[in-house]
Design a protein around this ligand. Sequence first.
Ligand SMILES: [Zn+2]
Ligand SMILES: [Zn+2]
Length: 189
Amino acid sequence: MAMRCPGCGGKAFTVQRAAGGLEAAVCGGCGGMWVSVQRYFAFLAERESGDQSSPGPATPGEEAGADSEALKLCPVCQKFMRYYPVGHGLVFGVDRCGDCGGFFLNAKEWEALAAHGLETRLHFIPSDAWQAEVARGLRTAHDAESLVRRLGAEDAAELERVTEWIAGHRHRDVMMAHLRERLHLPVHG
Ligand SMILES: [Zn+2]
Ligand SMILES: [Zn+2]
């Protein structure tokens, strides 16, 4: 049975060498990329042996954009894949089939991973540890955003600078005591 693209439903796949030498089935319709677990581990093994067939400079310019939320079906198993946000400053996520372990990436996502040095970490992205880290990052980004919204960019940046300075200072306790006194803060904490 022909593979059906999880991205666009197309059936015209060609095997291509992507950035870094990864072999993958690329959809002629949307440019999406199906990476079977066998091909991914072959790529990792090749990487480790230092036998890099043209690491292919990641093409700058067009960055991978945010994904749609639509659930995708594994082109091999026809089961729903799970979506895992990448984090690390990238706005997209990757879909993985829990059955066969294959990954589906939208066009340009592999190149974006490679540009961020994450192309050898793809198999870690679905892990609990990685996803917990992504969730923490989102929380921090959210806090920073709300600070900017309330204070304005300039004051938020200044507050952040002062906070970092105090947090890393060897006389942090003296500074905190001073702030408490000057700002009439309660002494606990
Ligand atoms: Zn497609
Ligand atoms: Zn599958």
